[in-house]
Design a protein around this ligand. Structure first.
Ligand code: FES
Ligand SMILES: [Fe+2]
Length: 425
């Protein structure tokens, strides 16, 4: 049972909260590399874990991520002039480098050394897999760089997008863990979305789904079995990696999909969407489909990361399509079906009122794991999921004889080994 206290504990990630401290021990996807396309381009506002930050790429191409507000009198540096290796506040000209160090206070004589004493809070950044990642924790505890396969394959094998979601990260992430909903919520899209259609998609329409959860060093694997041909089970196996990554079981020859559910603040999150294929470039058809809001990606309001289909237009619900079994809930597109359903729970779901069943075992386990990790980190223990080896995993979908356990039968399929194709039906 998730009490109100535990719900607060799990959903609050601001500075100084236990979960916020835990999240700050990991490399976090902060923005797309493409948002800072060239040296001295316009700065970008970034809100992460309730902190308002500004990102910019300096003249040498280095990325800085620092407090959004000028140390002088608090102007947003979004108005800043990005010039000559620093971001200059347009109000009185104070200038900062990528480390947040103030390097010019025009009103003070240089000899006074005044600007040396001024430094904005800033976080180190790295670029990996078309994403700018940041580390917001104590510098002595910075972990090695992430080892997710999607980030390490050649660029042509990968497509990354992100969209804002108007709810707490946890309820969005719980949707990524709970693969029982696929047989209902996405039921009809399994036959119509070209990035899903496959034998596996047909088998997934079977609603008799049983869960088997196994803890791993970095998180857990969630096996969901449904009946296949006589004597066999169809296993859809999701990976969850601490603290907010999930990998969706694949369909047929389609590419692999995964998410990172990154808190913007306690009432909204960034849903990062990663599609990659380990052994081949993505096809023009795949790329076109994803750019047009197919698969796990969505169409965005131009100039923003807000989906075109959103709360303000009631997710463009189409009751006729719902009645005609074109979509199960009336919302078009798999990703927006998830987002609409999750946002409908309110910005922070009150978990003290829920009634869980055995198909929620993955969700329950993730909550237990996160709570344990946050408490352990407070007591000085290294959190799980920092080691890049724990990221080198894949989701899988596989048909196995009834007598074989999924952890044994799918062991190979669940490992990301360079040059090997995904295992998927
Ligand atoms: S407020 Fe930024 S320089 Fe004065
Ligand atoms: Fe979903």
């Amino acid at each position: 049972m998730t009490t109100r206290e535990l719900n607060d504990f799990l959903t609050q990630t601001g500075p100084g909260t236990p979960m916020g401290d835990l999240f700050r021990r990991y490399w976090i996807p902060a923005l797309l590399s493409a948002e800072l396309p060239e040296p001295d381009c316009p700065p970008v506002r970034v809100k992460l874990l309730c902190e308002r930050l500004i990102a910019f790429r300096d003249t040498q191409g280095r990325v800085g991520l620092m407090d959004e507000f000028c140390a002088h009198r608090g102007v947003s540096l979004w108005f800043g002039r990005n010039e000559e290796n620093g971001l200059r506040c347009p109000y009185h000209g104070w200038k900062y480098d990528v480390t947040g160090q103030c390097i010019d206070v025009p009103s003070e004589p240089e000899a006074s050394g005044y600007c040396k004493k001024i430094r904005l809070k800033s976080y180190p950044c790295v670029e990996l897999g078309d994403v700018i990642w940041t580390y917001m924790g104590p510098s002595a505890l910075a972990p090695p760089l992430p080892g997710f396969e999607w980030a390490l394959v050649p660029q042509a094998h990968r497509f990354v997008s992100k969209r804002t979601q108007e709810c707490n990260y946890l309820q969005a992430m719980e949707g990524g863990i709970d693969s029982a909903h696929v047989s209902f919520l996405h039921r009809h899209d399994l036959r119509s979305d070209s990035l899903h259609v496959s034998r596996g998609a047909e088998l997934t329409r079977e609603t008799d789904a049983r869960f088997d959860v196994i803890e791993t060093d970095g998180g857990m694997i969630i096996g969901v079995r449904r009946p296949a041909q006589p004597g066999h089970l169809y296993w859809r196996i999701t990976q969850w990696i601490m603290p907010f990554h999930s990998m969706i079981p694949p369909y047929g020859d389609n590419a692999l999909n995964g998410h990172a559910w990154v808190p913007i603040d306690d009432e909204s999150c960034m849903s990062w969407c990663f599609t990659h294929h380990p052994t081949r470039p993505l096809s023009t058809h795949e790329l076109d489909t994803m750019r047009n809001g197919g698969g796990i990606h969505v169409k965005l309001v131009p100039g923003t990361f807000r989906p075109v289909v959103n709360k303000d237009n009631d997710y463009m619900i189409d009751r006729a399509a719902q009645k005609a079994n074109k979509t199960y809930c009336g919302v078009k597109g798999i990703a927006m079906q998830d987002a609409a359903i999750q946002e409908s729970m309110g910005p922070i779901q009150d978990r003290s009122k829920e009634n869980l069943t055995s198909t929620d075992n993955g969700v329950i386990m993730a909550r237990v794991r996160l709570r344990k990790a946050a408490l352990a980190a407070r007591a000085g223990k290294t959190p799980d999921g920092l080691d890049p080896k724990t990221h080198a995993v894949r989701s899988a979908s596989i048909v196995l004889p009834e007598s074989v356990s999924f952890s044994e039968g799918a062991a190979e399929a669940l490992t990301a080994r360079e040059g090997t194709a995904p295992i998927s039906v």
